[in-house]
Design a binder for this molecule. Structure first.
Ligand SMILES: [Zn+2]
Length: 455
């Protein structure tokens, strides 16, 4: 983990107290402390190229916080208005929380209990912060907190405000700060064990799998000693981690071969961009290497069930062993051509792709929700679940790759990639790619000189 240290010495924080108005002083102290905590808690490298040139390795540790309560109470001595901040505790009640915040205001408490917007305060999880301002006798002027926004998966600001003799509650969009973080990991037992050790959020681990799903079958190709580097976006609000965003670049070394991908914005596409190799070729390949969804459950090379997996058999398909219920994904974009039962195949789905390609997925326990003939599917869409229907001796996926309705070995068929970038786009891409390559260079141990795999 590489980080640029931006932690303000606490003396600087105190020094800033001098010469500002009382109210802003308190707010500044909290804001600065929050910022310091945030930078201490995660390795963060700003996007600025200059900053990225500094190969600073930092150690993540929790900072000793100054006694905020003492500082605030010292300031309160001179004030008729009180600003306080408290964290929600496990098992907290609204009364207990307001008590710690110094709010002695029955009307405010009953408003928070009864108002459909304000009530979100009572659903906050332990550890979340609530700030209030009261006057000297404890009556509430305002209360504010960050609350989860289920629609966007991020946060909103909630403000409960006195308005004469009444209260009102408003929600506003939260300003989020975007950061870029870098992590690396080595596979020792499973991908998810490695991403946990590297403290990567689950959605980043899943993106690593998706990025390389046309190059690697994570269920059967992983080896001890494989390694990865990732550069990804994170979003913070008030110094609190909210969520991880997109992987901007990734590097995966499998069995001594290194695969690299970089995200490139392209507003014309459905996803707003896509992953490219560093020479500007799109990695959106025609077909996934394995139609099985890879998850925590299927993670790990030591425990993989492998008696029949990946073998091209006389019976003209590839069998992938997997637990019953494992999601099966469409290997490529196409249209559903058949959904139903078919003798030995049991429950089978056939997807027709462009040209004369089609894929078949047999022995399913059940089909994807609402899947029907004629429906469009995109690469990676779940079309069914592993089962053992039809002529099958145990749960597995029988997968056929057909050209002109005749099965071919999917691992042996060479399908062309999408067109490489050209012109202005190519130039813009090279700027992005060289920045990311520079970051990988900082993350890689000096003795490793990866052999790039050809795509
Ligand atoms: Zn089979």
């Amino acid at each position: 983990m590489i980080s640029i240290d931006k932690i303000l010495p606490l003396k600087t924080v105190s020094a800033l107290l001098v010469g500002t108005s009382r109210k802003t002083r308190i707010v500044s102290v909290s804001a600065l402390i929050l910022a310091a905590v945030a930078f201490g808690a995660a390795g963060v490298a700003p996007m600025a190229p200059d900053a990225a040139n500094l190969p600073v390795r930092s150690i993540s540790e929790t900072l000793a916080l100054p006694d905020l309560a003492a500082q605030i109470s010292a300031l309160e001595q001179q004030s008729q208005e009180f600003i306080r901040e408290e964290k929600i505790r496990p098992g907290d009640t609204l009364g207990a929380l307001l008590g710690r915040l110094g709010v002695d205001d029955g009307a405010a408490a009953s408003f928070i209990k009864s108002d459909s917007t304000a009530r979100a305060v009572m659903q906050l999880q332990a550890g979340k912060r609530v700030q209030v301002q009261t006057d000297a006798d404890g009556s509430l002027k305002w209360l504010t907190a960050s609350i989860p926004d289920s629609a966007s998966g991020s946060l909103k600001n909630l403000v409960v405000k006195r308005d004469g003799d009444y209260f009102k509650a408003i929600q506003t969009a939260a300003d989020m700060e975007k950061r870029v973080e870098m992590h690396s990991g080595v596979i020792r037992s499973s991908l998810f064990a490695a991403t946990d050790t590297a403290q990567l959020p689950d959605n980043v681990a899943k993106q690593i799998v998706d990025m390389f799903a046309t190059d690697l079958d994570f269920a059967s190709d992983l080896q001890r000693g494989d390694r990865f580097n990732v550069v990804y976006e994170t979003f913070y609000q008030n110094g609190e981690f909210v969520r991880a965003g997109r992987i901007l670049a990734g590097e995966f070394t499998n069995a001594g071969r290194t695969y690299r991908s970089v995200w490139f914005d392209d507003p014309a596409t459905r996803d707003g961009g896509g992953y490219y190799s560093f020479d500007g070729k799109s990695l959106k390949k025609a077909f996934l290497k394995s139609p099985l969804e890879f998850s925590r459950i299927s993670s790990g090379f030591s425990m993989r069930m492998h008696p029949i997996s990946g073998q091209w058999k006389r019976h003209e398909g590839v069998d992938f062993a997997a637990a019953s219920g494992t999601p099966i994904r469409a290997a490529g974009d196409g249209v559903v051509d058949f959904v139903g039962g078919q003798n030995g195949y049991g429950n089978v789905v056939v997807v027709k792709h462009w040209s004369n390609y089609s894929t078949a997925y047999a022995h399913m326990s059940h089909f994807g929700k609402n899947l029907r003939k004629g429906m469009k599917v995109a690469q990676g869409d779940v079309i069914g679940y592993v089962g053992t229907t039809g002529w099958s001796t145990g749960p597995h996926l029988h997968y056929e790759f057909r050209i002109n309705n005749r099965p071919h070995d999917p691992l042996a068929v060479d399908i062309p990639n999408a067109q490489p970038l050209a012109g202005n786009e190519r130039q813009r891409f090279q700027g992005v790619a060289s920045d990311m390559l520079h970051r990988f260079a900082l993350l890689s141990p000096a003795d490793v000189n990866p052999k790039l795999a050809s795509r």
